[in-house]
Design a protein around this ligand. Structure first.
Ligand code: GLU
Length: 450
């Protein structure tokens, strides 16, 4: 059997990282098994169904490198891949159920008739329900959650009185028509699955294998990550200059752990190791710092020419366009230290202009921790002026200043860095001083000290 997975988003105008992780796990499993990854657009909600909302999803998936084998733009034998274009199939399949006695009309809506003994019927003007006791509950052998049993006790709507089909119905009709073998989706859908199992049974179709993947919790607190939380949208990382392969790598870690113990690894190695059975049951917690550190490790591992290409474009967009021979050594120093391309202009801008921004937060942090940074710079200046301008020479100058003023040599580093760059972070301290050169450093330090 060749596997067929699908990602079935409802376009909302956002591409939430939770949705992206669902798409990713479906894609990984299809690639791991040599199967087919289908993209199906569940656009039955006409209000939210806009071209823009669709574009956000398609662009986001392409950016993450999650190419689908069948779906919008890709085509395929089981299309159309938009639910809004599959109305004829839904009406035909409703008739199939009605002919089997498993669907009936009431008040203009079409209902699914559960099998089983009629237990209780009640009727009041607010609500009309038929309760049933089922002979056997729906059993879901979920690859992540284990065996889940749940009995549906009420008939449920398939088509509303306004003629619109309901999610449960179209979802199952399409999974059957598209030959989906594995349904991999968020745990919030587990409660729907008993209805889906009833529908598969009523159609006489084999059940897909289910894998309900854990929720993503926000960084702090018990809640689920929502689209309003910082860091929740794929498009945000793209705008901030995160590397798509780093975002994808981090999303893999939300509910799954590579067996070989690495957390940053090439996608081919992830595909080779990815098994649905290894997905965690426990909820995953989103950790923005971990995401940044995966991005930093991925940036560091880029071939220098690739880093230079991305960095040059990022700097140019910020109006920083030095000649390549001046840029190259600066980028070589920045690459191992940078957490995201979004920080690059502050990270290196001061190498190319004396008119660079000084971070007020960095200054405040310095003053809070080590006292007046300008005072430290004044203490260090005389020995720096006499120093040989290499790492041992500068270290010796700091040691001399420290001995004379009752400080630790390290107390001078952050104030000096701030004095020459206006920043709290950046390339290695000695790289910054060496790349700027002695004259420029001393001029900036004198101006800062004054
Ligand atoms: N359209 C549903 C959603 O976005 C799909 C659920 C499923 O994967 O079955 O949540």
């Amino acid at each position: 059997m060749t596997t067929r997975t699908r990602f079935a988003p409802s376009p909302t105008g956002f591409f939430h990282i939770g949705s992206a992780r669902t798409a990713l796990f479906n894609w990984l499993f299809a690639r791991h098994t040599g199967g087919t990854f289908v993209l199906r657009i569940e656009d039955t909600d006409k209000e939210r169904n806009t071209d823009e909302a669709l574009r956000v999803i398609l662009d986001g998936m392409r950016w993450l490198g999650l190419q689908w084998d069948e779906g919008p733009e890709a085509g395929g034998a089981r299309g159309p891949y938009f639910q809004s274009q599959r109305g004829d199939l839904y009406r035909a399949q409703l008739k199939v159920l009605a002919d089997k006695g498993r669907a009936y009309e009431r008040d203009g809506a079409w209902w699914f008739r559960l099998e089983g003994e009629r237990h209780l019927e009640f009727d009041d003007f607010a609500k009309r329900e038929v309760e049933k006791v089922r002979a056997a509950p729906a059993v879901i052998d979920d690859l992540v959650r284990g065996r889940v049993e749940r009995a549906e006790d009420r008939d449920f709507v398939l088509f509303r009185a306004n003629g619109e089909p309901v999610f449960h119905f179209v979802n199952v009709v399409d999974d059957i028509a598209m030959g989906i073998t594995h349904v991999i989706r968020g745990e919030d859908h587990l409660s729907n699955t008993s209805k889906h199992v009833e529908l598969f049974r009523a159609f006489g179709a084999p059940l897909p294998t289910y894998a309900h993947i854990p929720l993503i919790l926000k960084t702090d607190g018990p809640g689920k990550m929502s689209k309003r939380d910082r860091g929740a949208l794929v498009e945000e990382y793209r705008a901030r200059g995160y590397l798509p392969e780093a975002v994808r790598n981090y999303l893999c870690l939300l509910g799954w752990t590579p067996k070989d113990g690495r957390t940053v690894l090439p996608i081919g190695d992830i595909i080779a190791q990815f098994e649905l059975r290894d997905i965690h049951q426990a909820n995953a917690r989103f950790d923005e710092r971990k995401m940044a550190s995966v991005n930093q490790d991925t940036l560091r591992a880029l071939p220098p020419a690739e880093f230079a290409r991305l960095a040059t474009a990022r700097l140019a967009a910020a109006g920083i366009a030095p000649p390549a021979d001046r840029l190259a050594p600066v980028l070589a120093a920045a690459q191992p230290k940078l957490s995201a391309l979004e920080h690059l202009p502050e990270f290196v801008g001061y190498f190319f202009s004396d008119d660079y921004a000084r971070s007020p937060e960095a200054l405040e942090g310095l003053s809070r921790k080590g006292g007046d940074p300008a005072a430290r710079v004044r203490e260090a200046l005389p020995s720096l002026e006499a120093a040989a301008w290499d790492a041992p020479g500068i270290d010796a100058a700091l040691a001399a200043a420290a001995a004379a003023h009752g400080q630790k040599p390290s107390a001078y580093m952050a104030p000096i860095r701030y004095g020459v760059s206006g920043q709290a972070g950046g390339p290695h301290f000695h790289d910054v001083l060496a790349l700027l050169g002695k004259d420029r450093c001393l001029a900036r330090l004198r101006a800062f000290a004054a």
